[in-house]
Ligand binder design. Structure first.
Ligand SMILES: Cc1cc2nc3c(=O)[nH]c(=O)nc-3n(C[C@H](O)[C@H](O)[C@H](O)COP(=O)(O)OP(=O)(O)OC[C@H]3O[C@@H](n4cnc5c(N)ncnc54)[C@H](O)[C@@H]3O)c2cc1C
Length: 216
């Protein structure tokens, strides 16, 4: 799994703070670190639309199509994904779930099925079958590449849903990497404050924050 931050709103915390202070005509109260108290207060009070003024885009690679299918359900995000109609999946790589990796017998079945699919896909395309039709054979495990853009409010929501006990491990791992990047760049928005007030899965969030986000 590869996750790279492509772009983020410049001086994002100051930009969000400025927009929020328009409400109160208090732009003159901005100092170098005023956002550190001001933004968490907005998160606590549920003044969440303010956080739509900042956004970030990520390049995401080597996740399964099963994972990307879950990801693209986040409707307020924007996506661009590698096309299986136009790109030939001749030597596709794929995700192997840990449970299957740990079980030699299951791993053998898994890999031999993938190899059969790979060979059949290549045979079909060599017969002149179009990529858009040959791809009907491809498994959920096949790796995909995409870019995802969302505003900060939506990122907080997606992290809340997917860095969760209830989410599947692959999308949880993906959103944990994204949360870490966002926290490093915009800590006053992506620390635990939002989740302390709005998450239904707080204990899991706290544990993930201590283990993967803050201490790394
Ligand atoms: C653990 C888990 C299991 C899931 N299992 C399934 C499953 O079995 N089957 C399945 O189909 N899906 C499943 N989903 C997907 C889930 O139902 C949502 O579609 C997905 O998580 C996106 O959530 P969202 O709508 O809150 O987010 P987004 O689409 O990112 O939207 C963000 C927020 O905008 C608002 N919003 C967006 N669109 C509308 C709208 N049209 N009308 C009103 N408000 C809107 C809502 O407040 C929403 O929370 C699962 C998700 C999770 C996290």
């Amino acid at each position: 799994m590869i996750v790279k931050l492509i772009s983020i709103t410049p001086e994002a915390e100051k930009h969000v703070e400025y927009n929020a202070r328009m409400c109160y005509e208090s732009m003159d109260k901005m100092t170098a670190d005023s956002h550190m108290q001001f933004l968490p207060n907005l998160l606590k009070n549920g003044h969440l639309s303010i956080f739509e003024h900042g956004s970030a885009s990520f390049f995401i690679d080597e996740i399964s199509r099963a994972c990307s299918h879950q990801l693209v359900r986040q409707r307020l995000s924007s996506f661009t994904q590698k096309s299986q109609r136009y790109v030939r999946e001749k030597d596709f790589t794929y995700t192997i779930p840990l449970e299957i990796q740990k079980n030699p017998e299951a791993l053998k079945i898994y890999q031999s099925t993938i190899n059969t699919i790979q060979n059949s896909y290549n045979q079909l395309t060599e017969l002149g079958i179009r990529k858009e039709d040959a791809r009907f054979l491809l498994p959920n495990a096949v790796h995909t590449t995409l870019t995802m853009t969302a505003n900060f409010r939506e990122w907080l929501h997606v992290i809340d849903l997917r860095v969760s006990l209830h989410a599947q491990w692959e999308i949880r791992e993906l959103l944990t990497l994204i949360w870490k990047e966002l926290y490093q760049k915009v800590p006053s928005i992506f620390d635990l404050t939002y989740f302390l007030h709005w998450s239904k899965d707080l204990e899991f969030k706290k544990e993930a924050f201590e283990k993967y986000i803050r201490n790394t």
